[in-house]
Every structure is written in structure tokens, then in C-alpha cells.
Design a binder for this molecule. Structure first.
Ligand code: ZN
Ligand code: ZN
Ligand code: ZN
Length: 117
């Protein structure tokens, strides 16, 4: 088994990076935050544990590896993650498609809700 690296921070973190806030079977990614270059399970964990505001990644940085698959612990670039259709390109684990609704917390993207309802 690969070691549990890189370090991921979060509340009630499990080995696949689920946290207190997002803990469905699909909530297995962690995101490295631009502001502190540290992986967190989600933005709420960052807010709870870091004492500074979260800073989203600008598009010019989307070639950076900043997404961690909690299933295989592969690190994906932001661009690869945004194009992966909620499936890990490395291990084919399913990610939570509703994360799309939170992209704007992490990535400087023009937020488009998944549904207009
Ligand atoms: Zn931070
Ligand atoms: Zn969390
Ligand atoms: Zn994976």
C-alpha cells in the first residue's frame, strides 16, 4: 500500500479523505489550496483549521497538481480534474459530481450551477 502522503488536513478525516462535511462514498478527493499549498478535504475544513481566507487557483495555475484522489492517492492537475467527468483518470474511482457546485471556492472559474432548478 502506498504511504499516506501527501498530508491531508480536515475534520474527522478518513483514509480516503472524507471529512465531517462531505462523507458520501464519492467524497474521496482532497484539494491543495493555493493560499497555503496544503491539501484539505474541503473548503469548510480549510475555514475551520486555517486562519486565513481561502484563495482560489487562477486559470494560469491549472497545470498544477492540486487534486488528490483519496482512492489511489494519485495527484491530478486542476485541468485534468476539471476534464475527468468525475472519474479518476488513474484508478477509475467515481468522484462526487456535485463537487462541481463548489468549484468556485477552489478555482477561479465562472461558476455555472449543475442545474438551474
Ligand atoms: Zn489556505
Ligand atoms: Zn470538510
Ligand atoms: Zn484514483
Amino acid at each position: 500500500m502506498p504511504p499516506l502522503a501527501p498530508e491531508v488536513r480536515g475534520l474527522n478525516l478518513d483514509p480516503q479523505t472524507r471529512c465531517l462535511h462531505y462523507h458520501s462514498p464519492l467524497d474521496i478527493i482532497a484539494i491543495k489550496m493555493k493560499c497555503c499549498a496544503t491539501y484539505y478535504a474541503c473548503n469548510d475544513c480549510h475555514d475551520a483549521l486555517a486562519n486565513h481566507p481561502l484563495q482560489p487557483w487562477p486559470p494560469s495555475d491549472w497545470h498544477t497538481q492540486a487534486i488528490l484522489c483519496g482512492s489511489c492517492r494519485a495527484q491530478l492537475t486542476i485541468a485534468a480534474y476539471l476534464e475527468c467527468n468525475s472519474v479518476c483518470p488513474n484508478c477509475r474511482a467515481a468522484f462526487n459530481p456535485r463537487c462541481r457546485n463548489h468549484y468556485h471556492f477552489y478555482f477561479a472559474i465562472s461558476a455555472k450551477p449543475a442545474s438551474e432548478t
